[in-house]
Design a protein around this ligand. Sequence first.
Ligand SMILES: [Zn+2]
Length: 298
Amino acid sequence: MSTLRIYNTTKVPLIFNEDDVLSKSKFLTPVAQKCTVIAVDEDVIDEFYPPEKRKSLDEECLREILKSYRNIEELEDMIENCEKDFEISSKFVAVGLFMCKPNYDKVEKLEEILNKNKIKYNSRDIWENVILICPERINGWANKLNVSQKIANLKVLFHEYAHAYLCNDRNNYLGTWYEKVVEEGLANYIVIEIFKNSRYKSHINKLILSQPVEYKTCYAYLHDNVLKILPPNFFYKHFERIKFLLRRYSMVLFPFLSVYHVHGEILSLWKNRYLFEPEEDFDELIKLIAISSLKEII
Ligand SMILES: [Zn+2]
């Protein structure tokens, strides 16, 4: 029985099928069922990838400043200077994209592409959560690293499903460098969870290690001593908030983690960041998590 929406509008045949996805999707299954996945050509994904997202932190620049900063305020200012545009960061091309509630123009464009390819789709609610993937680029990436093309395609797809999982109705990420660090790190962290017991784990790691530094912060959440990535006053400062989250959301938010795991708490804080009254404090917390996770992996 078909339960996922995956459409291919490219000439490149998809090398994974629905069973491949569903056999791995675990806690992401309900999310995957709500997403419409469209495989598109390079020019289409580039058109949809907004320029403000095409930024990446320069790893060498970060390494230098992490050696020399004197205090956290100084570090924050310096990190902003490490932001490089997509065009000059040759490592970073769009292979996948998650869009929460794309606007009318985008939907119209996608419908045009589906119609042109004579792909039948039936309702309007398929446009709530849209994922674009670019198989041509993904296969090229896999070849360059000598990893399985199928695994690379699934990695990209699950990374985008993870964005859908981390998203709530009131946000679609990512204005700042620190939001991007946390969001991309958590998305890849979820990918690692998905492939944890797979024999292709090493392929996943190869792919992640070739990504920009934001994406590699997933490894900070995996260390045994995950507490290290958090500032010492984290629990003291945020105890009330965490207590509330654990009580109210533990069953929903921790499908694969013990509630006592700190990375679970980070995930839940992130997912629920707009359920709280906006607080300056919270932005600071995200910044601290971002900096701490970068420090851990650089
Ligand atoms: Zn991403």
